[in-house]
Design a protein around this ligand. Structure first.
Ligand SMILES: Cc1cc2nc3c(=O)[nH]c(=O)nc-3n(C[C@H](O)[C@H](O)[C@H](O)COP(=O)(O)OP(=O)(O)OC[C@H]3O[C@@H](n4cnc5c(N)ncnc54)[C@H](O)[C@@H]3O)c2cc1C
Length: 235
């Protein structure tokens, strides 16, 4: 939450400066202060680099102590790669593609983390780049799930039509993050596997991060139009 929140804030204030151009950079504007004030969040309360590594390290420690079954589900995902792909069973609805994608994102974490633990064993804690890749996939997946559940709740309360903007946000996020997860997984796999083993895992990641056809331009314009009309953040 801390890593994602602080990096999202930095992105937002950076864009705010950019939108105001030269005035945004000037100390006369409020966004210049926002830009400076935001930056510390990636440093204090544990730098984001250390927090990323801790996230994975803590999970691995719990797995090694037998408090968390990581390898069981990881082996299941690895064996799924050898069989005919199954489509997860999800309820039909406006967000069913996203529920399927979420399952794939979770499988990506298990595939990469499980294989990394097996390959790297005791040196895993020192493989910082791989830990960072796994942390990123976990952070993005957590955000994806939180967003999906929240938007689904809004749909159940208000109906899909009233939730069109939130649905567009959710679908845009999944569309974007699927490729980011694929890249982080690819980076990790290439760091510890090669040959057939690597190819098999890459195929799995491709399958687990597949997205359906979606028009990001239309979705982004819908979100922007809604915010421009409101004149403030009002979701
Ligand atoms: C305005 C402000 C307020 C603060 N308030 C408090 C407070 O109230 N209480 C408190 O206890 N502390 C406070 N701090 C201290 C803050 O928690 C530390 O600055 C922070 O933990 C980073 O430590 P450091 O500055 O020694 O940086 P370093 O540990 O030297 O880190 C420098 C850089 O190296 C990276 N790095 C370090 N080790 C590794 C590694 N193993 N692998 C990869 N990258 C690494 C870091 O991520 C960082 O990018 C505050 C700091 C500031 C600037």
């Amino acid at each position: 939450m801390k890593v994602a929140g602080s990096e999202c804030l930095d992105y937002v204030v950076d864009e705010a400066v950019q939108i105001l151009g030269g005035m945004g950079y000037s100390a006369e504007s409020n966004v210049e202060r926002g830009y400076r004030d935001s930056r510390i969040n990636r440093i204090f309360e544990g730098t984001n680099e250390i927090n990323r590594m801790l996230t994975v390290d803590m999970i691995l420690r719990r797995a090694m102590k037998g408090e968390l079954d990581l390898m069981g589900p990881a082996m299941k995902v690895a064996s799924e790669l050898m069989s005919i792909p199954e489509t997860p069973e999800v309820e039909e609805g406006v967000l069913s593609n996203e529920y399927v994608a979420l399952e794939g994102f979770k499988k990506s974490i298990l595939l990469v983390a499980g294989a990394a633990v097996q390959k790297l064993m005791q040196t895993m804690a020192k493989e910082q780049e791989v830990l960072m890749n796994i942390a990123d996939i976990a952070i993005w997946t957590y955000q994806a799930e939180s967003l999906l559940l929240r938007v689904d709740k809004i749909i159940q309360k208000q109906g899909a039509e009233a939730a069109a903007v939130q649905i567009a946000i959710c679908k845009t996020y999944f569309y974007d993050v699927a490729d980011k997860i694929a890249k982080a997984a690819k980076d990790a796999i290439n760091s510890f596997a090669e040959g057939d083993e690597s190819r098999m895992m890459m195929m799995g990641i491709k399958r687990f991060t597949k997205t359906e056809a979606f028009n990001p331009k239309e979705a982004r314009q819908l979100i922007a139009q809604h915010l421009i009309e409101a004149g403030h953040y009002n979701l």
